[in-house]
Design a protein around this ligand. Structure first.
Ligand code: NAD
Ligand code: WQD
Length: 338
């Protein structure tokens, strides 16, 4: 297949582009580099021994987007491009709505104009209403609690309306749980700008000595050890989910939603312990106040993806830590600046 990947220079995008190339697909990336380095795709090309067509452009630049679509006739689009920091989204919500929602509307218009109607969209477990019972199933209530999450929820609603209006659309909505880890080579991985918001990149930077200690946000939750429990998924398993969804869309029209998680929960303290084990060094931490907006537990029921896509996350948490650590240790400052 010929695949367009928006946001393909980013963390999940770069791992997915690598797998697409390894499976023989031709890939064209469109990314504005607002949260990524061009080095990620240089390394992806080295690892795959194949080329990616790259265009550094913004989804908000309608003309550039149109030119890009004119230059690459694709069978499907995988849409990662978006802003993703929950805390930042509460400070600059307007930028989040414009970038994520308007960016997606521009993408849909360009796709329709070029008669490309097959789309895989990066959604998030954050769209679920926290009042839902666990584990989370795809047909449970949405009710995002922050602007970032609401951009994802609104995009899901837009995609549902678009698919209902015209049976030529084929759309996969993938709700990721907590992606961590890196490619086994240690050449590509997550490279956050500034202090990481997410737990595993933070723990990893403490282990490598970039930061002194982890702040554990609360130990009085109703969980076995009192700290928050999450469904961490290896980014390589997550990337494989996109290939499975693309394959499914080849023979199905309409809109489909799948959770991509493992169904297994790991607490903050378990993360710190497992990471220290993988890194072979202690990871200092302190217990601090709860972080506003956090839930005690988030857990996927991933059985729909197994049933319908034949996809299942297979990499255990220890491997997520080992792979994340290999990337961190060999790139302590992330990608080199260009
Ligand atoms: P990332 O920031 O590493 O990648 C996103 C990429 O999109 C970046 O390369 C960025 O430069 C690009 N981008 C952003 N806005 C753009 C625009 N207007 N035009 C062109 N390019 C643009 O993030 P990631 O972790 O790889 O996440 C990918 C997608 O998955 C995002 O949509 C995110 O919301 C979603 N998601 C991520 C997580 C997670 O924890 N990492 C969880 C659930 C969902
Ligand atoms: C995990 C656990 C924290 C940092 C977020 C987004 C979600 C999705 C994935 C995009 C929680 C605790 C964290 C730290 C800590 N992203 N923690 N100290 O909040 O489950 O999900 O990323 O869609 O939308 O909300 O992930 O990694 O931030 O937190 O104790 O320095 O670690 O309280 O229990 P979260 P996280």
């Amino acid at each position: 297949m010929r695949i367009i990947v928006t946001g393909g220079a980013g963390y999940i995008g770069s791992h997915t582009v690598l797998q697409l190339l390894e499976h023989g697909h031709d890939v064209a990336v469109y990314d504005n580099l607002s949260n990524s380095s061009p080095v990620s795709l240089e390394r992806v090309q080295e690892l795959a021994g194949r080329e990616v067509r790259t265009t550094w452009g913004d989804l908000l630049d309608v003309e550039a987007l149109d030119d890009f679509f004119d230059g690459f006739e694709a069978d499907a689009v995988v849409h990662f491009a978006g802003l993703k920091a929950v805390g930042e989204s509460t400070k600059i919500p307007h930028q989040y709505y414009v970038n994520n929602v308007v960016g997606t509307l521009n993408l849909l218009a360009a796709m329709k104009k070029h008669s490309m109607e097959s789309l895989v969209f990066s959604s998030s477990a954050t769209v679920y209403d926290p009042q839902n019972p666990l584990p989370l199933l795809e047909d449970m209530r949405r009710g995002a609690t922050n602007p970032y999450g609401r951009t994802k929820q609104q995009i899901e609603e837009i995609l549902e309306d678009v698919a209902a209006s015209d049976s030529s659309w084929r759309i996969a909505v993938l709700r990721y749980f907590n992606p961590v880890g890196a490619h086994e080579s240690g050449r590509i991985g997550e490279d956050p700008v500034g202090p990481p918001n997410n737990l595993v990149p933070f723990v990893s930077q403490v282990a490598v000595g970039v930061r002194p200690s982890v702040r554990v946000f609360g130990d009085d939750y109703d969980t076995p050890d009192g700290t928050g429990v999450r469904d961490y998924i290896h980014v390589v398993d997550l990337a494989a989910g996109h290939l499975a969804a693309l394959e499914y869309l080849e023979s199905h029209s309409g809109l489909f939603t799948w959770n991509l998680g493992t169904g297994r929960g790991t607490s903050v303290l378990e993360v710190i312990r497992a990471f220290a084990e993988a890194a072979g060094k202690p990871v200092p931490y302190e217990i601090v106040e709860r972080r506003p907006g956090d839930v005690a537990v988030s857990l996927a029921d991933p059985s729909k993806a197994l049933r319908e896509l034949g996809w299942k996350a297979v990499r255990p948490f220890e491997l997520m830590c080992a792979d994340h650590w290999r990337w961190q240790e060999s790139n302590p400052q992330g990608y080199p600046s260009t």
